[in-house]
Design a protein around this ligand. Sequence first.
Ligand code: ADP
Length: 159
Amino acid sequence: MRIGYYPGTFDPITYGHLDIITRGAKLFDKLYVSVSYNPIKNPLFTKEERLELVREVVKDIPNIEVVTNNILTVEHCKQLGASHILRGLRAVTDYDYEFQLTNINRKISKEIDTVFLMTQGKYSFLSSSSVRELAQFGGDISAFVPDVIEKAIKKKFQK
Ligand code: ADP
């Protein structure tokens, strides 16, 4: 059984992430989507909220399981039996960061490799941070995130 592991902050999950998840689910027999704790990024949504929202959005894809971790990515992969980390690539700006991350992970564990899926052109500009910014100022985010996310983010900014 080929098991993949797609980690991210998902603050919030966008159609760009969903594209990587849908395509990734076809590459692996099972794909774990892992919602990172990531306090450094000071997320808008709590980890519990992000977990719930990701679960809601991927609920119809049968070979996906949504998890969270507070240990190193490669250690979590080993615990779950995942052989590959999946990441998405947008423009060249992602490359540097992903290159560093991949090599650090490889240094920690040679057995876990990282694979990348290139985003579709229409999502190449899309990021969680731009969705948050747009929503904060009342912009229309319906083209970038599923309905349930749009509602959740609006509620967040109403508070
Ligand atoms: P992280 O904090 O781990 O970078 P993100 O939620 O920002 O978490 O992203 C998780 C993964 O999804 C990363 O590999 C990122 O490059 C990828 N990703 C984010 N947005 C998109 C998008 N629009 N298209 C494809 N991949 C994306």
